[in-house]
Design a protein around this ligand. Structure first.
Ligand SMILES: C[S@@+](CC[C@H](N)C(=O)[O-])C[C@H]1O[C@@H](n2cnc3c(N)ncnc32)[C@H](O)[C@@H]1O
Length: 462
């Protein structure tokens, strides 16, 4: 391609084929793994899940096991599981039907896994006895011994693709560790619930401990399993109980409301360069900041804004910004609020200036959203679309952003891409209560936005 920007833009709005995705996957997948990662979790599984399950099946004369290593990377996790099962079955192993599948999105990793050939990095923390028992030296590397090679079915599966049927039903155990942490909270919740639906009634889904917050965000209750986190069907039942997300996961909250330290303001914390601009805090507001704490000033600004007193709100915000002890994120929010209130009054130039200040301090989907609106107002659709892309990067479920994207693309004559944005917007709306407000939409309900989507779609068809 001669024009890389154009190519990237086309890609961004195209309906991607699996060929597109596969070409890009290696650049984005993190291949960090090793044998018996979180060894205590494997020991916990042997003692508390697989061991008792084998005993029960033995009693019932049902000698089968179904296991799935989801996001198996180069196979270390799956082989580790196979070794463990064989240890537990001992001499009985030939009388059991053990189905072990291992999936990943990355074909290169899967090819590596099938070969079963590993360098020293794969053996971190494992002793020589482990290596000698299960592997045979091959040059400077080690290959899985023939007893275990070829017993795992490695196959491609994208955990984020809701249309692909699950590769295993009635699984006794699914390991899905260190991958959902790369997903958006919404997507991770959906993937988790699909994985739970693939479990047998008494099956168990294991996440890494850092992914426990994803489960609680999805409204699921699990328990610690060695150094990992285990979920079962019961997790969904227990989910009726309100849960607190210890990791503070969830959708980014629309503007604003940062936590404000109750620090007594001292000297101005606004960057020096600001004072040279027309929007530097005024003397009077410094005085106000000295008398009132930042939390009170923030509340004052909010009240004034809600009461339609934009000047008073901006005065309070300037005083707030003049105080000490604000984090860049808090300053970002305040500058953004200044920019929004100015934009609402069509004071475009000062709105831009405050927005630039906000973006020099921090980034947020709200800031890029405002940028998109200002660019749209200025007639620069390509710049508005670029700003929207940044907003989506920070907030993939930015419903209203997809609506604006659909409109902008349609105006640009990109009919197919516009239809795709509209589809995403409607899909996101389908997951919301009809009367719930659309974030960033000043009180518009999801049902109202859905009607606008339908209208836009009909206009496009006309
Ligand atoms: C950090 S590794 C974790 C490997 C192993 N589960 C572990 O805990 O050691 C993350 C793996 O997730 C895979 N992955 C990323 N996104 C995926 C997706 N949407 N579906 C399936 N696998 C994915 C990557 O290709 C990579 O192999």
């Amino acid at each position: 391609m001669d024009d890389i920007d154009r190519w990237l833009e086309d890609l961004a709005f195209a309906d991607w084929t699996s060929g597109h995705i596969q070409a890009l996957v290696p650049a984005f997948s993190v291949g960090e793994t090793y044998f018996r990662r979180d060894a205590e979790a494997f020991d916990w599984l042997a003692r508390h899940h697989i061991g008792p399950l084998l005993a029960r099946r033995r009693r019932e004369g049902q000698r089968y096991l179904r296991l799935w290593s989801a996001a198996c990377c180069t196979g270390e996790e799956a082989y580790g599981l196979l070794f463990m099962i064989d240890e537990l079955l001992g001499a009985e192993r030939d009388h059991w039907a053990v189905e072990l599948i291992a999936t990943d999105i990355n074909d290169i990793f899967l090819r590596h896994a099938r070969q079963g050939l590993y360098g020293s990095r794969a053996f971190r923390g494992n002793d020589e006895a482990f290596r000698l028992r299960y592997f045979k030296g091959e040059g400077s590397r080690w290959r899985v011994r023939p007893t275990w090679l070829g017993r795992i079915r490695f196959t491609r599966f994208n955990l984020a693709d809701g249309d692909q049927p699950s590769p295993m039903q009635g699984a006794d155990l699914i390991l899905c560790r260190n991958v959902l942490m790369y997903f958006s909270p919404a997507r991770a919740s959906i993937a988790l619930k699909r994985l739970l639906a693939s479990l047998d009634r008494e099956g168990l889904l294991l996440l890494s401990s850092v992914e426990a917050g994803i489960a609680t965000h999805a409204g699921l209750r699990g328990r610690l399993a060695g150094s990992n986190y285990a979920l079962t069907h019961q997790s969904m039942v227990d989910a009726q109980v309100p849960v607190i997300d210890p990791f503070g996961g969830g959708r980014p909250v629309p503007l604003p409301g940062p936590a404000i330290p109750e620090a007594k303001p001292a000297a101005a914390s606004v960057p020096v360069s600001w004072s040279r601009t027309a929007i530097a805090p005024r003397r009077a507001t410094h005085a106000a900041a000295a008398d009132i704490g930042p939390a009170a000033l923030w509340a004052q600004a909010q009240r004034a804004l809600h009461g339609g007193r934009a000047d008073a709100a901006r005065e309070a915000l300037q005083a707030y910004l003049a105080g000490a002890g604000l984090s860049p994120a808090q300053q970002h929010q305040a500058c953004l609020l200044m920019a929004r209130s100015l934009a609402d009054e069509q004071q475009v130039q000062p709105a831009w200036e405050w927005l630039c200040k906000a973006l020099s301090l921090d980034t947020s989907a709200s800031a890029y959203w405002l940028q998109a609106l200002l660019e749209q107002q200025g007639g620069n659709s390509p710049a508005a679309l670029r700003a929207l892309q940044k907003a989506f990067y920070l907030e993939p479920d930015f419903i209203l952003g997809y609506f604006l994207q659909a409109r902008l693309l349609r105006a640009e004559g990109q009919v197919q891409a516009s239809a795709k944005s509209l589809r995403v917007c409607r899909e996101l709306l389908a997951g919301q209560a009809a009367d719930s407000p659309v974030p960033h939409a000043d009180g518009m309900s999801c049902a109202q936005l859905l009607r606008l989507c339908e209208q836009l779609q009909q206009e496009s068809l006309a």
